[in-house]
Write a protein that binds this ligand. Structure first.
Ligand SMILES: Cc1cc2nc3c(=O)[nH]c(=O)nc-3n(C[C@H](O)[C@H](O)[C@H](O)COP(=O)(O)OP(=O)(O)OC[C@H]3O[C@@H](n4cnc5c(N)ncnc54)[C@H](O)[C@@H]3O)c2cc1C
Ligand code: SF4
Ligand code: SF4
Length: 1008
């Protein structure tokens, strides 16, 4: 099967496309990507659509953009500007040359604190801008949920709106001027009269024609443009005769930059955007209003907004329950609840004066009393509780998005805006509409401005298109009845451009077409959006069209939990393995990526280190998931799943599991890479280097017998260089040193019968760093535990070979061998875990394999039991301490400060906190956690010559700089063996602060 990727008619010939690629290569400095796989990665955004672009340009400068535009003009090829590609309506998919601004065009400059403005290039990410602005006491206040990844160019293109829009307005209220490039090569600054002095004849004519249209259509503008603040559909023709309740300009004049805001890249390319800034609010306070019915929450919002809050955000019962089902969020949400409300509203007040906010909070309490809801407000004035509750609101949405099966929450009426007096009726009627169409939706978000988000669950492969149209039709009738806006936040794109004429009528639609032609006479800028568009339910443009199929194969791992069907009306799923997926769940796991772009963030969390260093879509979780999806569905040609391109796409994935934790829908690329490598090596076999690494646990006993011989690689001059040349190990690094004093050799026999803890010592801590295992053993004994050291079961075929979790085999895709190792471990530990005796391990990547990959190897209930009883050393101690059972006497250490680096797998399993908890038991020791992603070593990754540079770049992102800044006598703690090696190598052997230690060694030193 080979489904063509582009289902839209081609607007240009293959020869033109080839010529464009060739000439771009010659004329631009940036990256030119015209291969099928790269184009596939740019064929989607966070919408339901997919269109293959002509090619992709990642410009290094505005000169590159100028050159590209000129070439496209000559060849008649459309152009599509793109930022983070997080649009929900299909704005950034099209058969055009996609210009991705996000990698290089991200400079910030011209901060003017008197005028309160700053100028940015279009690829600047909002959070980066606000981090840059923070020391100046100002911020850009359009705080969209995608702040960590969306760009100012994209926000301007979409007229984006944040949670606090009631206080600050939308983009259109906050853009000062735009330095733009038109498709005919004209360049001009669009702004107010003072900024548009001495325009060229082309611009003078353009401006006068715009004024003429506005004058001609004045009456239509007044009749047709809804008078709500959240209206982002169509072009902003009402800047000439404002309909927004919030003025567009302070002096009531026209600012022509606002015509480009929300134009979705269809009128001009924004080279630079000057933004209006706001003072950073010194204080915030939050009141959480609890409602007995959802209807009341909606009905009373209009009274609450009169108190002048800066945000009023809804969380409904479904989301409350989702949050309560998560152990981390339960205590936070519970703090905000009074009884069992059907909905809560988060009402935020912000500003300079704390006293003023507290007064407002008191007024809120009084108001709710007057409205018959006395005692319904939880007052939260401390910053930490407020922050935690906002996080819960975001997480609830993420859990909703992680629904398994082909039915997914679909965004197409997600942001209709209605005047507040109709909000209650609108939401309850729309809920009935969903029920009539056999589906349901969860309500959340911006109650303050009448823009509630809701996504009905639809299966676009089966009947989704029909239901989408029917629901949109009914929703639109209500929006009209309430004089609201059909598009109140997310724009038009492909899903809503056809509703522009519905909303604005034939005259204004015609006027919009005229505006398009004035700016872009050849129709080159992002055609098919806002004007002259197709139908929202054109199935040929769906990412998952009816008849969507995948190749079939038998995976090595068990993916059956993803292989389910779901019922849109109840949200229930069928049992694992029943979803009819020809890849037994693997393809459906890949399909969990909905392109929301959350993996493009880089200031917090772990995901995704390879993107952080490259800023390439190819090296991003989303790019990888898209490539897998296209390959599995045959859209990249035969055998694409095991192609070189697929391998290259996964090459820099360090299997950190950052995505497993941070991706809102739980895309677990590390596991997917194991599956891919299994299929790959089944076809092509393994290189000698990979075999050597994978089989290390097998030959390690020999190396420990003759360490001198096995260490020659790092002691014999020239041997490291040879190992690089013939095996691919980087000569820049030394390898871990073999020694004969392994832990298991030193350990004396333990009594399995009386044990109440089992110590599982992995290959690395046994052979290379036995002091860690010795320390752990001592600490456990000092705390009074009877420790048994895990060893093979009496029936094991290799009773002398130490147990191994199989991690090295998994890293090479040798899943069959990994399963053999796992089976040995499960068999050996079954007698203990069946009695509830905990198994404690030291190396995060090894121990956590017992809790993760062991469960997808078909090892049955015993593996489940083991997973429930397997703990990291510090998890076990922290748990015992919490239960009041830990009897560990510790004394102060000479060092008073410790810097911690969490292993990625510890972070993925939320197991960093226990490190801090147990270190807190040492008197007088202050610990600080390094906000780091992956250290970059990632098992063998950093030892490989072809990955050395990437590995060091990852380390230099935050880990090594944080260590260099530390005082010389700081205690460095890292539980991962790779992390410790990376720190030692990156800081320099023997330098101060180059030696990191396992938490077990620190505790052992502190034993009384
Ligand atoms: C989970 C989720 C939550 C979201 N929450 C919000 C929210 O709270 N509020 C909100 O408003 N939106 C929200 N969105 C939608 C989206 O994130 C925003 O609209 C965001 O601002 C888009 O930024 P981007 O960089 O991804 O732009 P893109 O999607 O890349 O582009 C957006 C538009 O701008 C155009 N464009 C980009 N650069 C230029 C340029 N240089 N010149 C001309 N045109 C250009 C593009 O052609 C496109 O039409 C959300 C989306 C998701 C997936
Ligand atoms: S991988 Fe996850 S975070 Fe990234 S785009 Fe896909 S769903 Fe979003
Ligand atoms: S495992 Fe790590 S490197 Fe790989 S895609 Fe996920 S976050 Fe990125």
């Amino acid at each position: 099967m080979n489904v063509p990727l582009t289902r839209q008619p081609h607007l240009h010939s293959a020869a033109d496309m080839k010529e464009l690629a060739a000439r771009l290569q010659l004329e631009v400095e940036g990256e030119v990507l015209f291969d099928k796989v790269s184009r596939g990665r740019y064929a989607t955004d966070a919408s339901i659509y997919q269109i293959e672009p002509v090619g992709v340009l990642i410009p290094k400068s505005i000169d590159d953009v100028r050159a590209a535009l000129s070439l496209c003009r000559q060849l008649g090829i459309p152009v599509l500007a793109r930022g983070g590609g997080t649009s929900q309506c299909g704005q950034t998919v099209g058969a055009a040359l996609v210009i991705d601004n996000s990698k290089y065009l991200n400079h910030i400059g011209d901060l003017d604190l008197d005028a309160m403005t700053v100028t940015v290039e279009p690829g600047t990410v909002l959070d980066h801008l606000n981090t840059w602005l923070k020391p100046h006491g100002v911020w850009f206040p359009v705080d969209v949920s995608t702040a960590a990844q969306c760009t100012l160019g994209g926000m301007t293109g979409n007229n984006s709106c944040g949670s606090r829009s009631i206080a600050y307005g939308n983009m259109v209220h906050n853009v000062h001027s735009i330095d733009a490039l038109l498709s005919d090569g004209t360049e001009a600054i669009f702004g107010d009269k003072t900024q548009m002095r001495n325009p060229s004849p082309r611009i003078t004519e353009l401006v006068s024609r715009l004024y003429a249209i506005a004058e001609r259509e004045r009456e239509q503008i007044e009749i047709r443009v809804p008078s709500v603040m959240r209206r982002v559909g169509g072009y902003n023709l009402d800047i000439f005769h404002p309909q927004s309740p919030r003025p567009y300009t302070s002096d009531g004049g026209v600012n022509l930059a606002h015509m480009l805001v929300g134009s979705e890249g269809t009128l001009a390319y924004s080279k630079k955007i000057t933004l209006k800034l706001a003072p950073l609010p010194a204080n915030k306070t939050l009141g959480v209003v609890n409602f007995p019915t959802f209807y009341q929450a909606m009905d009373l919002t209009r009274h609450i907004v009169k108190l002048d809050p800066c945000a009023v955000e809804l969380v409904d019962r479904t989301m409350i329950e989702l949050a309560r089902s998560n152990p981390a969020f339960k205590p936070v949400i519970d703090q905000a609840l009074i009884g069992a409300p059907e909905a809560i509203l988060l009402v935020e007040f912000a500003g300079e004066s704390k006293a003023e906010q507290l007064r407002k909070l008191a007024e809120l309490v009084e108001l709710m009393g007057d409205l018959g809801l006395a005692g319904s407000v939880v007052e939260m004035s401390d910053v930490a509780s407020q922050k935690a509750l906002w996080e819960v609101r975001k997480a609830g949405l993420n859990i909703m998005m992680s629904m398994r099966g082909d039915g997914k929450p679909v965004s197409f009426i997600e942001d209709c805006a209605v005047p507040l007096e109709h909000l209650a009726e609108y939401t309850s009627k729309l809920t009935e509409v969903f029920q009539r169409h056999g589906t349901r939706g969860t309500w959340y978000a911006h109650a303050s401005v009448g823009t509630l988000h809701v996504r009905p669950i639809l299966d676009m492969r089966a009947g989704g298109a029909e239901k989408m149209r029917a629901i949109a039709q009914e929703a639109s009738e209500m929006v009209r009845q309430y004089k609201g806006a059909f598009s109140g936040e997310h724009g038009d794109g492909l899903v809503r451009s056809e509703w522009v004429s519905w909303q604005f009528g034939p005259r204004l639609t015609k006027a919009f077409e005229e505006i398009k032609d004035i700016f872009d006479p050849d129709g080159l800028m992002n055609p098919g959006k806002i004007v002259r568009c197709g139908r929202m339910d054109d199935k040929s443009l769906f990412r998952y069209a009816p008849g969507y199929k995948t190749i079939s194969f038998k995976p090595a791992l068990d993916w059956s939990v993803w292989n389910v069907s779901n019922d849109p009306s109840t949200g229930t799923t069928t049992p694992p393995g029943t979803g009819g997926d020809p890849t037994h769940g693997f393809a459906k796991a890949v399909d969990m990526c909905n392109n929301n772009g959350h993996c493009r963030k880089f200031d917090a969390g772990t995901m995704c280190p390879s993107y952080r260093i490259t800023r390439d879509e190819q090296h991003l979780t989303r790019g990888r998931a898209n490539t897998l999806r296209l390959a599995l569905s045959g859209q990249l040609g035969p055998d694409a799943f095991t192609s070189d391109e697929m391998r290259a796409t996964l090459d820099l994935c360090v299997s950190c599991k950052g995505c497993k934790r941070d991706c809102p829908t739980g895309v677990d690329m590390a596991k997917m890479k194991v599956e891919f490598l299994y299929q790959w090596q089944g076809k092509y076999g393994l290189k000698l280097k990979d075999k050597l690494i994978a089989t290390l646990p097998r030959w390690a006993p020999w190396a420990a017998r003759f360490p001198f011989l096995f260490n020659l690689r790092d002691t014999l001059p020239g041997a490291a260089a040879l190992s690089e040349r013939y095996l691919g190990f980087s000569a820049k690094r030394s390898l871990p040193t073999w020694r004969d004093d392994t832990f298991l050799k030193q350990a004396s026999a333990t009594d399995a019968q009386t044990a109440n803890v089992v110590l599982f010592v992995d290959t690395f801590n046994n052979y290379f760093e036995s002091e860690n295992a010795i320390a752990a053993y001592k600490v456990l004994q000092a705390a009074g535990y009877r420790v048994h050291i895990a060893g093979p079961s009496s029936t094991d075929a290799n009773p002398k070979r130490p147990l191994c979790c199989g991690r090295t085999y998994l890293s090479a895709g040798m899943v069959d061998q990994a399963k053999q190792e796992a089976r040995r471990v499960v068999e050996a530990l079954q007698p203990f875990v069946s009695q509830g005796i905990p198994v404690v391990g030291l190396e995060p990547s090894c121990l956590l394999t017992l809790r993760d990959e062991f469960l997808v190897m078909g090892l049955g209930d015993d593996a489940q039991l083991l997973a429930r009883n397997a703990f990291l050393f510090e998890e076990f101690l922290a748990h015992e301490h919490e239960a009041g059972r830990l009897n560990l006497k510790l004394r102060p250490l000479p060092e008073k400060r410790a810097l911690l680096h969490g292993h990625c797998h510890q972070k993925a399993f939320d197991a960093v906190k226990p490190m801090q908890q147990v270190l807190a038991l040492i008197p007088d020791l202050t610990t600080e956690l390094i906000e780091s992603s992956c250290c970059g070593m990632a098992g063998s990754f950093g030892y490989e010559a072809n990955h050395y540079v990437a590995s060091m770049q990852m380390a230099e992102l935050s880990l090594l700089p944080a260590i260099r800044k530390a005082e010389p006598d700081t205690l460095l703690i890292a539980d991962g063996t790779s992390c410790r090696h990376q720190i030692s190598h990156g800081i320099g052997h023997g330098e101060s602060n180059s030696h990191a230690v396992h938490v077990a060694c620190v505790l052992a030193r502190a034993l009384v």
